[in-house]
Design a protein around this ligand. Structure first.
Ligand code: PGA
Length: 254
């Protein structure tokens, strides 16, 4: 594993607090720009950040939240959209004004133009300070599916069958899962100043090991993070199970 990757392996019960500690340490005090991943993995982190905000232990009401991706065809008022997720799971609990939440418009008439505009919007606000990311069971990073170019920017992508079936649990029927999304590219994500990669559960073990210890290659899109100077991985024990013992000894911080 590259020396720039810091690894924290924690019990699942401690996952939210450990991830929140990492994020809190990395966030600048003034108007932090926090990149938001959706999905199940970061939920304990968001719940813990909300708890700390409520208890007055952190102040994130002045943050700007920047989503990684959005389904094409779902609008911000659709409960299955990532705009709704960021608003309800992160923005509202932290007291972030809706105007400070950036998500690609899944209903844009021209999704390609919306993707290009989103890339510019991220630049214009000065980039992302801390990017929270998950990993797909197929190694995807945001919706950069296997085969994504390492130098890709925000664009419209087709979703793999694996990803559509992994995400079917959020929809009434598997057929309802959109086929396309707008996603930040691998180069876009690498421009974030720091990245916190989260992985929970045995279904992520092979993908996490391939991403951190395998070749840097678009067939495992999350391996692009090996080229980032400041990545912290927070994994529960089952997700970390396939990382080699040597890497574990060298990098484990907890
Ligand atoms: P999950 O998704 O957190 O719901 O497992 C992660 C991802 O697909 O990036």
């Amino acid at each position: 594993m590259p020396h720039t990757v810091r690894l924290r392996v924690v019990d699942n019960d401690d996952f939210g607090a450990a991830a929140a500690d990492v994020v809190q340490d990395l966030l600048p005090a003034h108007r932090p720009r926090l990149g938001i991943a959706t999905g199940s993995t970061p939920m304990p982190l968001y719940a813990e950040l909300a708890r700390r905000a409520h208890a007055g232990e952190i102040e994130l009401g002045n943050a700007v939240l920047i989503a990684l991706d959005e389904y094409v065809g779902l609008g911000a008022h659709d409960r299955r959209s990532y705009a709704a997720y960021v608003r309800t799971e992160v923005g509202a609990p932290l007291g972030v004004a809706p105007g400070n939440i950036l998500v690609p418009d899944g209903l844009a008439e021209d999704p390609e133009a919306e993707a290009a505009a989103y890339e510019c919007r991220i630049e214009e606000i000065g980039g992302v300070d801390v990017q929270i990311a998950g990993i797909g069971s197929n190694g995807h990073l945001a919706f950069n599916e296997p085969g994504s170019p390492l130098d890709s920017v925000t664009r419209v992508v087709g979703l793999s069958q694996q990803t559509r079936s992994d995400n079917a649990r959020f929809f009434d029927s598997p057929a309802d899962v959109p086929h396309y999304a707008i996603t930040q590219g691998l180069a876009t994500i690498r421009r974030a100043r720091t990245v916190v990669l989260l992985a929970r559960g045995p279904g992520k073990a092979a993908a996490l090991a391939a991403a951190l210890t395998g070749p840097v290659d678009g067939t495992v899109p999350a391996s692009a993070l090996q080229r980032h100077p400041y990545v912290t991985v927070v994994a529960d024990r089952s997700a970390a199970a396939e990382l080699t013992a040597a890497d574990d000894r060298a990098e484990r911080q907890s």
